[in-house]
Design a protein around this ligand. Structure first.
Ligand code: 5GP
Length: 179
């Protein structure tokens, strides 16, 4: 039986790095690639990190009911296409979704037996430092993301498991046990 895992948590909490490592270690686990209207960051490739769509295309997918869930995050739209999840399930794999809390709640309302995991940074200050060090966003964007992170973290308790990413290897060890 295929299983579905949903990982949420604020930007900069280390979700993406933890998910990459999980995907490397758990061969049955496959990421359902999200769609977004956010422009690609340097080094991001269409179809690898995200399916990058313009607003019009995203809207038409929304209208056609193609999304299992979608949400507006940091001023851009993000969503998981049902077909991308289905493709993984048909191969008999477990599905990993890396999505925000709003999306996680939508998936939970539609599908039973999902496992929701929330990755927390050790503190807001540690989060600010990580976002600065990542060097992908300017300061205004970072401050906006910090405010959003505090709001996102209020939903940590909605997940079945909370993992604090203080030490990467320890957090990874805790996560691996859940898969
Ligand atoms: P980023 O732009 O930094 O890649 O992602 C910003 C936020 O959007 C992250 O919190 C990420 O989890 C969330 N996100 C990414 N893909 C999806 C998606 O398909 N649906 C939802 N609801 N959120 C997503």
């Amino acid at each position: 039986m295929s299983r579905m895992f949903v990982i949420s948590g604020p930007s900069g909490a280390g979700k993406s790095s933890l998910c990459s490592e999980l995907l490397r270690r758990c061969s049955q686990l496959k990421l359902a690639i999200s769609c977004t209207t956010r422009p690609p960051r340097l080094g991001e490739k269409d179809g690898r990190e995200y399916h990058f769509f313009d607003m019009e295309t995203f809207k038409s997918l929304q209208d056609a009911g193609e999304f299992l869930e979608w949400a507006k995050v940091h001023g851009h739209f993000y969503g998981t296409r049902r077909s991308d999840v289905q493709a993984v399930l048909e191969q008999g794999g477990d599905v990993l979704l890396e999505i925000d809390w709003q999306g996680a709640a939508q998936v939970a309302s539609e599908m039973s037996d999902i496992v929701r995991i929330f990755i927390l940074p050790p503190s807001i200050e540690a989060l600010r430092q990580r976002l600065v060090e990542r060097g992908q966003d300017d300061m205004a964007v970072i401050e906006r993301r910090i405010a959003a992170a505090a709001a996102e973290m209020e939903h940590a308790s909605e997940a079945h498991y909370q993992v604090v990413n203080d030490d990467f290897d320890q957090a990874l060890q805790k996560l691996v046990l859940l898969f």
